[in-house]
Design a protein around this ligand. Structure first.
Ligand code: GLA
Length: 397
């Protein structure tokens, strides 16, 4: 009898473990794609999403590695009498399955958005209480990526809420990248490694250099919107939590949304690449200037982000206005970003002993924006960096 009981207990425990897991082998390098929120907010429609998917192909972004087309908030309007989530019939008249099929037909992947609370941030129906039902709908529509937000959820336990949706997705059976978006409020880097594939580390990014704005959220003045340098400052110390299948997410890109200069967008992109951040473009892909397309599709810079070792870069020197960031790559070489926040040009050195090489090593330095080798250097390299810009190099002994 005892034996039978232990077998029953063990098989119950095994079944729980078998169903309580995220999809493995997804997002082994940081996810790359596009999301509607930064540029379009709630103004989403199937027409625009299809055009954006087409533009991802025609602009060369697909060939450069971008895959996911993610519809953020406001695609949903209610629930039917069986509780199924209902997309906006005017903006998405063909339905989500047709949209997903179209995105797949041109070789891309389909992403969608929901929220762990009763409402989304745009006050559309959230998934609370409908997790398994929504996960089944997404799987039926061919969804490949779910961004799961945290509005109207502040009375919930974050780990339990995100585990619940993780398990629902797993049960629905379609491999879906799970993007946790609780803004770093309960330190997801500590608990989310086996829950999601990426997790936001801060409040929302804004298309500005160092702004920060307070908003009133549920009657409280709280959530800050942050310029990319402010977000960057909050990434130090999180490096060790990132790796293949589990990434820190400093929020989507603002490259091309027009408030910043080309050098500033180059800096934003370079730093997101060295951070091993998900590269989710947030601009209008249909009318990019060649300079913006050139930033988003620079394959040498993207290769640093997508390096299969999956190490997040870290800041090794901070001299106030100038900073040195380094990321170790699979082949043992280093990618380095020399970042100048100051108002005038700066000469910024990087010393081999800061990046884990002995002084006597001779290494080839390659400039990833100029796309040319700068020669062989021993012990250090010094870049001349214009104001609000970067020099990004690889250093190969
Ligand atoms: C939150 C998220 C944003 C976006 C909006 C949508 O603010 O952090 O990225 O998804 O909600 O309403």
């Amino acid at each position: 009898m005892k034996k039978i009981l232990s077998i029953l207990v063990l098989s119950y425990m095994f079944s729980q473990v078998a169903f309580s897991q995220k999809f493995e082998k997804l997002a082994l390098t940081p996810p790359m794609g596009w999301n509607s929120w930064n540029k379009f907010g709630c103004d989403v429609s199937e027409k625009m999403i299809m055009e954006m998917a087409d533009a991802m192909v025609s602009s060369g972004m697909k060939d450069a590695g971008y895959q996911y087309i993610v519809i953020d908030d406001c695609w949903q309007v209610g629930r039917d009498n069986q509780g199924n989530i209902v997309p906006d019939p005017e903006r998405f008249p063909s339905g989500m399955k047709v949209l997903g099929d179209y995105i797949h037909s041109i070789g891309l992947k389909f992403g969608i958005y929901s929220d762990a609370g009763i409402l989304t941030c745009g006050e559309r129906p959230g998934s609370r209480g409908y997790e398994y039902q929504d996960a089944r709908s997404y799987a039926g529509w061919g969804v490949d990526y779910l961004k799961y937000d945290w509005c109207y959820a502040d009375d919930q336990n974050s780990l339990a809420s995100y585990r619940l949706m993780r398990d629902a997705l797993y049960k629905a059976g379609r491999p879906i990248v799970f993007s946790i978006c609780e803004w770093g409020s309960t330190k997801p880097w500590i608990w989310a490694g086996d829950v999601g594939h990426l997790w936001r580390t801060t409040y929302d990014i804004r298309d500005c250099w160092d702004c920060s704005t307070k908003v009133v959220y549920r009657g409280k003045e709280s959530v800050n919107f942050l310029g990319f340098t402010k977000i960057l400052d909050q990434q130090t110390g999180l490096e060790s939590y990132a790796g293949p299948g589990h990434w820190n997410d400093p929020d989507m890109l603002e490259v091309g949304n027009s408030n910043l200069t080309i050098p500033e967008y180059r800096a934003h992109f370079s730093l997101w690449c060295i951070l091993a951040a998900p590269l989710i473009a947030g601009n209008d892909l249909r009318d990019m200037t060649p300079e913006i397309a050139g930033i988003l599709t620079n394959r040498e810079v993207i290769a640093v982000n997508q390096d299969s070792l999956g190490m997040q870069g870290r800041k090794v020197r901070d001299d106030g206005d100038t900073e040195v960031w380094v990321k170790q790559l699979k082949d043992g070489s280093r990618a380095v970003v020399l970042f100048n926040r100051g108002q005038s040009e700066a000469k910024i050195p990087v010393f081999w002993n800061e990046i884990g090489y002995p002084d006597h090593f001779t290494a080839t330095v390659r400039d990833l924006w100029l796309k040319k080798n700068l020669g062989n250097y021993k012990g250090s390299f010094t870049g001349t960096v214009p104001s609000h810009d970067v020099v990004m190099v690889t250093i190969r002994p």
